[in-house]
Design a protein around this ligand. Structure first.
Ligand SMILES: Cc1cc2nc3c(=O)[nH]c(=O)nc-3n(C[C@H](O)[C@H](O)[C@H](O)COP(=O)(O)O)c2cc1C
Length: 392
């Protein structure tokens, strides 16, 4: 029996990932920011929502499949963009994308990924979405967007919640910043994880050197241990993602140059959702970035009902942050979301076992969701409504 066979839930996959990865890498994936209150709040809010068991009702044909943006998905979920999937596993984004394609859920590639978007488009299959962080030089962002469109990416998610960068103190302690700073601590950490060193870093070295941010503009595609000062000037470092250098006009520009679906990721307020509608986007991701940015952010499912009310069916609402169980997905739909993004849940799976681990994570969420739908007496995702929620 392999390690993955002994994983019965996402927490088990997380435990395998923790053993495999250097502490710096695992903490980078796993932790939140500052006092981790937003991270804990996301999970706590899901736990606080209770569902009502509906009995003596037909549950012989529970099905998860539905449509996201008028195209089939095997469940109401897509894979969230996570910049470091390529450090968790060799070409982790590619592994995760293949798993998503086989499982029938869309996959989102992060701007800061280590696998070229062309490779995904040509070899991964499935539904591909692209995530964007805006460069200071906006024409460079436009180039990335056009490149994604040329490669057939069907949706663009512009992430807007990065503000002035995140205060992840554990990363500073572990030397895990962008770029990666090699110090005694981080080197010892890596040496203590020889399997990761051989099978992740070793394979990158054998195939051309340190992993790079290959989807950055050509001049900025330096190794992840690249020159800090140079990156700072580009705007790709936290300074570059500053919300104060963007405006709603940027949405109009993106709308003009990207022919596919346009989503804004990181919406937490009804008035921002209204703005997004005014600027013609197709959807939003209600997200606090998995508790990784502003530590005082409320749980996304706490703000979701207000946003759903304001949007009133005028665009697609996807929610993320804290999804670890299939029942969490049912709760999101009951509160009015159309679908969810899975961030760490499928990233733990990737770190635990590449494509097979990611597949395991998706299957665990599917099984749990199906079981929960049967408990609450719903056979189709469209039937999940507030009716399944215990109102106290
Ligand atoms: C390791 C890691 C890297 C991430 N990188 C990005 C990124 O590059 N762009 C982005 O929009 N969101 C990024 N996110 C946030 C996710 O897209 C998503 O919003 C978040 O993980 C959802 O919370 P969850 O992990 O609790 O599911 C990242 C999350 C993690 C865990």
């Amino acid at each position: 029996m392999g390690q993955l066979d002994r994983c019965y839930n996402i927490a088990d996959l997380r435990a395998v990932a923790e053993k495999r990865l250097p502490k710096g890498v695992f903490d980078y994936i796993d932790k939140g920011t500052e006092d981790m209150t937003s991270l804990a709040g996301n999970r706590g809010a899901f736990a606080d929502i209770k569902l009502l068991n509906k009995v003596v009702t037909d549950i012989s044909d529970v099905q998860l499949d539905m449509q996201i943006f008028d195209k089939p998905a095997s469940m109401p979920m897509a894979i969230a963009p996570t910049g470091t999937a390529g450090i968790a596993w060799y070409e982790g984004e590619f592994e995760l994308a293949k798993a998503a394609a086989a499982a029938g859920v869309p996959f989102t590639l992060a701007t800061g990924s280590n696998t070229p978007m062309e490779k995904l488009a040509n070899e991964a299959g499935g539904r591909l979405w692209m995530q964007l962080y805006m460069w200071k030089e906006k024409e460079l962002s436009d180039d990335l967007v056009k490149r994604a469109a040329r490669n057939g990416f069907e949706a663009l998610l512009w992430t807007v919640d990065i503000g002035h960068g995140s205060n992840r103190e554990h990363n500073l302690r572990n030397g895990f910043s962008t770029p990666y700073v090699l110090n005694t601590r981080s080197v010892v950490d890596m040496l203590r994880h020889p399997t990761w060193l051989a099978f992740v870093m070793g394979r990158y070295f054998m195939n051309g050197g340190m992993p790079k941010h290959v989807n950055y503009p050509p001049g900025y595609q330096m190794p992840i241990t690249g020159n800090v000062a140079k990156l700072r000037n580009t705007g790709i470092s936290p300074t570059a993602r500053r919300a104060d250098m963007v405006s709603w006009d940027d949405v109009d520009r993106l709308r003009d140059i990207f022919p596919g679906k346009l989503l804004i990721k990181g919406i937490m307020r009804p008035d921002d959702a209204e703005k997004a509608i005014e600027h013609g986007v197709d959807g939003i991701v209600v997200s606090n970035h998995g508790g990784r940015n502003m530590d005082s952010a409320p749980p996304t499912i706490a703000v979701l009902p207000g946003i759903v009310k304001a949007v009133a069916g005028r665009m697609t609402i996807i929610v993320d942050s804290g999804v670890r169980r299939g029942s969490d997905i049912v709760k999101c739909l009951a509160l009015g979301a159309d679908a969810v993004l899975a961030g760490r849940a499928t990233l733990y799976g990737t770190a635990a076992g590449g494509e097979a681990g990611a597949t395991k994570a998706i299957n665990i969420l599917k099984d749990e969701m199906k079981r929960t739908m049967a408990y609450v007496g719903t056979q189709r995702t469209a039937d999940i409504s507030q009716d399944v929620l215990w109102q106290g």
